[in-house]
Design a protein around this ligand. Structure first.
Ligand SMILES: Nc1ncnc2c1ncn2[C@@H]1O[C@H](COP(=O)(O)OP(=O)(O)OP(=O)(O)O)[C@@H](O)[C@H]1O
Ligand SMILES: [Mg+2]
Length: 265
């Protein structure tokens, strides 16, 4: 781990963007998330790490109520976004997901054109006053998704006709097009080559100037490169949470150390 570069040196404490309190998640009888308490900071990249099946995706999906779409899934506890309970009955999950955007492990473009994939969110949320403005939003989002050059001449072609890595960058563009306050990314680079991965990591670093980003990753190098905070999950519990540099160089819990040194995984 000595060759890692950390980006969390001398970071000041940022404001809390999302506070999770006593969160438990069940899938039917199975207890997938156990009493998780964590504060996700604004203008910070937080990495969720841990062995396969430990609950990273499950917990991530709690943060924009994506688990609502899974019948057998029940979530208890509180999740506050800027101090407001996102599970309150008055919260519209569609509005919430524009504020708390998500990029999934498997790219999932809509069966629409490249342009319409990105324009979809801005249209339903009324972010553009004219076609020219919408064009601008689409171009800027595609640029931020590091895919503009590859698609600018075929914006009217289906998003599903792109390669896997291109589809993923399209999905990132779609997610940033609505200017979310929080961006949740579940292993966003697992289908990308090293060049696209580097572009996405650069984008993540840029996004943190304005947003809070949470990224699930199996790459310790990636977590070290892009995140300032790291949360280590194991068997449904949040074992350790802290500055990325501290988690990787001086973990407090033996389970964290075993995982980052490759002894559990
Ligand atoms: N839709 C679902 N229905 C039932 N059980 C589920 C569902 N999704 C996840 N689980 C279970 O919840 C637990 C946590 O799964 P989750 O997908 O959150 O893990 P993960 O940490 O994201 O793993 P990976 O690194 O493999 O993506 C696992 O035991 C899994 O089988
Ligand atoms: Mg997962």
């Amino acid at each position: 781990m000595n060759d890692m570069q950390f980006t969390d040196r001398a970071v000041e404490q940022k404001e809390t963007k999302i506070a999770a309190k006593d969160v438990n998640v069940h899938y039917g009888e199975a207890h997938a998330i156990k009493d998780v308490n964590v504060e996700i900071e604004d203008k910070t990249v937080t990495a969720f790490i841990g062995p396969s099946g430990c609950g990273k995706s499950t917990f991530l999906r709690c943060l924009n109520r994506m688990n609502d779409t899974i019948d057998v899934c029940s979530v208890t506890g509180n999740i506050l976004l800027d101090g407001e309970d996102i599970y309150d009955k008055r919260v519209d999950p569609v509005q919430l997901r524009a504020k708390v955007g998500m990029v999934f492990q498997k790219p999932n473009p809509f069966p629409k054109s490249i342009y319409d994939n990105v324009a979809y969110g801005p249209r339903i949320h009324g972010l553009a006053k004219s076609k020219a403005e919408l064009d601008e939003i689409v171009e800027s989002a595609l640029r931020r998704g590091a895919i503009w050059e590859e698609v600018k001449d075929r914006l009217d072609k289906p998003g599903t006709g792109l390669s896997g890595g291109q589809q993923q960058r399209l999905c990132i563009a779609r997610a940033v097009a609505t200017e979310p306050e929080v961006l949740l990314m579940d292993e966003p680079c697992s289908a990308l080559d090293p060049i696209a991965t580097a572009q996405v990591e650069e984008l993540i670093d840029e996004l943190r100037e304005r947003y809070s980003v949470v990224i699930v990753t199996h790459s310790m190098q990636q977590a070290a490169r892009v995140s300032q905070k790291t949360a280590f999950f194991h068997l449904g519990t949040l074992v350790e949470f802290g500055h990325t540099g501290q988690i990787f160089t001086n973990p407090e819990d033996p389970r964290t150390e075993a995982y980052i040194t490759g002894r559990i995984g």
